[in-house]
Each structure stands twice: as structure tokens, then as C-alpha cells.
Design a protein around this ligand. Structure first.
Ligand code: ADP
Ligand code: MG
Ligand code: MG
Length: 251
């Protein structure tokens, strides 16, 4: 589903290279974890996947279902099913969560050349998805993220993800220090979305999230490259021994 080949990318503003020859393959149905010390380029990688303009790809390619996505803007990527969960949720005063979700879903449909959903159709979808994720309907009437607890923000994010039915989900949970409730919301939500035609990339600094979202593959990102890949046991090894041994072995 995703094949990143010898990717080099830099910050557009000052030309600093952050991603330095990164290779990664993620298959449909797979949950891949990307781990690595702070400053390795994990968040940068997720922004580049989503198509943010602050970064320039200078070499290599990103293939999604066999086709390069480098020329696609963020909305076009989203329309094709690439979803990046926000590490820092934005607050939107005055816009009910429900309304925000409707706009997001209809924007995606527009990009795909599909008709706008009628309000009853939308309401049915959002209610089904909310029920599936055990989200109280009251939350949908409140402005998005305004005064939401950490757990509620996570629920809103997971609900948005579920509604957009992405094919490739990228979750950057790096430094956000999820409390145990939020951790459970995120992991239950992601586990509910696991399916043979969907891939999930979980970016995390700590092994803890991976006790709840058990990955098929684990990749260590360091200085803009994947320096080691393995199965879930690699995450346990990193938790026990830290990154030093893996970094030294790759040097
Ligand atoms: P990680 O998510 O692994 O902690 P990041 O992708 O956030 O790493 O950052 C990788 C490196 O790139 C860091 O040294 C960071 O300071 C730098 N960096 C990323 N984006 C920018 C930016 N827009 N401007 C300046 N430096 C940046
Ligand atoms: Mg960081
Ligand atoms: Mg980060």
C-alpha cells in the first residue's frame, strides 16, 4: 500500500535536511509502528505523508497503491484515503463537532466527485460511528475541542478518522503523554479500524501504546532513516534497552 523509496526531504524555509534516505514498506492490513528518539524526524515524516507544504522532497519517492503521491496536495491525498491524526488538536469555537465532521466528510466526497451527503444520511453515519466508538451524542453538539478533556479530544479525532474511512492512517502520538483513558480510547479506536484493506502507521516514542495496539512491524527511525525493522518484539527490546544499542549497531 505504501512504499517510501530513498526519501530525502528538507524544511522548505531554511533547507535543513531532516529525512535522509528513508525506506519503508507498509502492506494493506498491516499495523506498523515507527519509534525513535526525539528529533529523529518522526513527526516530519507524518507531515510529509500528509502533504504539508513546509517540507520539500528533494530525492526519492512515496508510492501509494503503486502511484507517486508527491504531486498531490493534502486534500487530494485525503480524498485517496490518507489520514493524519492531529497531534495537537485545533479548537474551533462556534462550530459544533457534528458540523465540523460534516464539512470534513463532504469535502472528501467533493474531492472524490461524490455527491454531498444529505443531513439525514450524514446524521445516520455519524451516529453509527459514534455508537461504535462509544461516544456520547452530547459531545457532537459541543464546539470542536473547546473545553474538551484530553480523552474527549482523542474521541473526536478517532471519530473523524472512522467517518472518513481512511485506507492509510498515520497516528503521531509521540510526545503527547496520553493518560490511561486517552490511551484506551485511541487504542480501542484504532483496533476497531483494523481491517485487511487498511494500513495503520503508529508513531510513538514509548512502547506503552503498543501494548494496546499490537503492531505487526516495528521500525526505528533515527536521523531521518529507518535503521532497524523487526516485529513487535523489537518494541519490547527498545523499551528494555533503549535506543543506544540499535543506533550503535547501525553506525
Ligand atoms: P520527532 O517527531 O522524531 O521528535 P521531528 O520530526 O519533530 O522529530 O523533528 C526532526 C528534526 O527536525 C528536529 O531536529 C526538529 O527540530 C527539526 N524540525 C522539524 N520541523 C522543523 C521546522 N519546521 N523548522 C525547524 N526545524 C524543524
Ligand atoms: Mg519530537
Ligand atoms: Mg514528533
Amino acid at each position: 500500500m505504501l512504499e517510501i523509496r530513498n526519501l530525502h526531504a528538507r524544511i522548505a524555509e531554511d533547507g535543513t535536511e531532516i529525512i535522509r534516505g528513508l525506506n519503508l514498506t507498509v502492506k494493506a492490513g498491516e499495523v506498523a509502528a515507527i519509534m525513535g528518539p526525539n528529533g529523529s524526524g518522526k513527526s516530519t515524516l507524518s507531515y510529509i505523508l500528509s502533504g504539508r507544504e513546509d517540507y520539500e522532497v528533494t530525492e526519492g519517492d512515496i508510492l501509494y497503491n503503486g502511484e507517486s503521491i508527491l504531486e498531490l496536495d493534502p486534500a487530494e491525498r485525503a480524498a485517496r484515503g490518507i489520514f493524519l491524526a492531529f497531534q495537537y488538536p485545533v479548537e474551533i469555537p462556534g462550530v459544533a463537532t457534528m458540523q465540523f465532521l460534516k464539512v470534513a466528510l463532504n469535502e472528501q466526497r467533493k474531492q472524490r466527485g461524490e455527491a454531498e451527503l444529505t443531513t439525514p444520511d450524514f446524521m445516520k453515519r455519524v451516529k453509527d460511528a459514534a455508537a461504535h466508538l462509544k461516544i456520547a451524542p452530547e459531545m457532537l453538539r459541543r464546539p470542536l475541542n473547546v473545553g474538551f478533556s484530553g480523552g474527549e479530544k482523542k474521541r473526536a479525532e478517532i471519530l473523524q478518522m472512522a467517518l472518513l474511512e481512511p485506507k492509510l492512517c498515520v497516528l503521531d502520538e509521540t510526545d503527547s503523554g496520553l493518560d490511561i483513558d486517552a490511551l484506551k480510547i485511541v487504542s480501542d479506536g484504532v483496533n476497531a479500524l483494523r481491517s485487511p484493506d487498511r494500513a495503520v502507521i503508529v508513531i510513538t516514542h514509548y512502547q506503552r501504546l503498543l501494548e494496546h495496539i499490537v503492531p505487526d512491524t516495528v521500525h526505528v527511525l533515527y536521523k531521518g532513516q529507518i535503521i532497524k525493522s523487526g516485529d513487535k518484539s523489537l518494541a519490547l527490546e527498545l523499551e528494555a534497552n533503549g535506543y543506544a544499542d540499535v543506533i550503535e549497531a547501525a553506525a
